[in-house]
Design a protein around this ligand. Sequence first.
Ligand code: 5GP
Ligand code: ZN
Length: 112
Amino acid sequence: MDCLFCKIVSGDIPSKKIYEDDLIYVFEDIAPTAPIHYLLIPKEHIVSAASINENNSKVIAHIFEIIAQLAEEKGMEEGFRVVNNCGESGGQTVMHLHFHLLSGRQLNWPAG
Ligand code: 5GP
Ligand code: ZN
């Protein structure tokens, strides 16, 4: 399948790995917008948050368990932000479900 993030999971495209298990892969964003900017993705190809259903939603709970674990391990005690862009007008540019984990600076709200 011609999917950038599937190729990152398989190792065909290199990435800076932060964490990996059977279900998910976590790596540094290539264009970070904060001192910490990780992407958390299911290894299974799920297009977007609009494709989450009762058959594939367990991985979402798992992603948030790992977010809490990484927040503790990587020194995000002052706070962090989790972002999911879904669909074209939601700002999604890579059509493989991913969550941005941002930390290490004051993050403004509301975001554009
Ligand atoms: P989106 O805009 O779809 O929510 O987020 C896609 C993210 O993937 C962007 O923040 C972008 O910087 C990141 N990205 C795009 N291509 C690559 C790549 O080849 N490697 C890594 N590590 N990140 C990428
Ligand atoms: Zn994919």
